[in-house]
Design a protein around this ligand. Structure first.
Ligand code: UFG
Length: 324
């Protein structure tokens, strides 16, 4: 298949591009390089453009006959979204709407969309499945929930086929060492832990140790970025036969606290990692763990790197010698 990968220069998108090509598909990357990296695209075709400019989208979609689009472009930081909501609604809602309109004009009717656990807001269950209420508590989650709603409406009105994949905490890097997670500023836990292990950065801060969890720190469900990529491939295949708008939660179903992640990183690095306990970060739910039974049974998704140490070890290889 010929697949347009919007946001293919970013962390998850670049892993997807490699996965698509390894599976024999042709991937074209569309990215504004605001947070993505040219080097992450490798030798795939890169079209530099912005979802907020309709002409950029029309040009890239007119340039090839795409069978499907994967849409990874987004602003994705909860705290930032609270401070800059217009940017989040503009990029994540208006940008997605622009893409859908350009796809309709070009006659492309299949989309795999990057969504997030943030659409659920405060968790009402130990494991969050697809029946959990959609009740986002910040503009980032709300922007993704709105985009999901647009996909459902587009299925009815225009016959768009879509799968929204709601990632829990993406982590790790592909074994080749060519690509990995590189954000500036970096806010995510595992890269920050590993940078502290390398003596880089301003020092590791643990945001809050007074949550109602077994050690007082927040619990998350870390899922390997290559496993997310394989879920997208399975979603693409699913859309071959299934009309309508679908959504799946993607995680390993195992929660690890911030302190457990640091302990696992200590085992991977082979030495201690200093940290300080700080105030809670606003907007952090205490526990977020997925039930991915639906992705397993319907998409046939089987994550290969469910072990937290294996996930951290793959990120460690990247962080010791990042290429960008
Ligand atoms: N944390 C620290 N120190 C750090 C970085 C993070 O203690 O330097 C803590 C956070 O407070 C949180 C946990 O580690 O408790 C995980 O934080 P991340 O920033 O790595 O990830 P989030 O859980 O905040 O983000 C994830 C997804 C988002 C989604 C969000 C929903 O990446 O897309 O969950 O809450 F929106």
């Amino acid at each position: 298949m010929r697949v347009l990968v919007c946001g293919g220069a970013g962390y998850i998108g670049s892993h997807m591009v490699r996965r698509l090509r390894a599976a024999g598909h042709v991937a074209t990357v569309f990215d504004n390089l605001s947070t993505g990296h040219r080097a992450a695209v490798g030798d795939a075709q890169l079209v530099v453009g912005d979802l907020r400019r309709q002409a950029d989208l029309e040009a890239v979609l007119a340039g090839d006959r795409f069978d499907a689009v994967m849409h990874f472009c987004a602003r994705s930081l909860v705290g930032e979204s609270v401070m800059q909501p217009y940017d989040y609604y503009d990029n994540n809602v208006v940008g997605t709407l622009n893409l859908l309109q350009a796809m309709r004009t070009a006659g492309v009717d299949r989309l795999v969309f990057s969504s997030t656990a943030a659409v659920f807001g405060l968790p009402q269950a130990d494991r969050i499945d697809e029946t959990h209420p959609i009740a986002p508590i910040n503009p980032y989650g709300a922007s993704k929930a709105m985009a999901e709603r647009i996909l459902a409406d587009a299925a009815v009105a225009y016959g768009l086929r879509s799968v929204a994949l709601r990632y829990f905490n993406a982590a790790g890097a592909t074994p080749s060492g060519e690509i990995g997670e590189s954000h500036d500023p970096e806010t995510h836990l595992i890269p920050n832990v590993l940078r502290a292990a390398l003596g880089q950065g301003a020092g590791l801060k643990v945001f809050g140790n007074d949550y109602p969890t077994h050690d007082g720190t927040c619990i998350r469900d870390y899922v390997h970025v290559d496993d997310l990529a394989s879920a997208h491939l399975a979603a693409l295949e699913y859309l071959q036969t299934q009309p309508g708008a679908h959504s799946f939660n993607l995680g390993n179903g195992n929660g690890f606290s911030v302190l457990e992640v640091i302990e696992a990183a200590v085992r991977v690095a082979g030495h201690s990692i200093p940290y300080t306990i700080e105030e809670r970060r606003s907007g952090d739910p205490d526990v977020l763990v997925a039930s991915s039974e639906r992705a397993r049974s319907v998409l046939g998704w089987h994550p290969r790197s469910a072990d937290i140490e294996a996930i951290i070890a793959s990120a460690w290889r990247w962080h010791r010698s990042p290429r960008y």
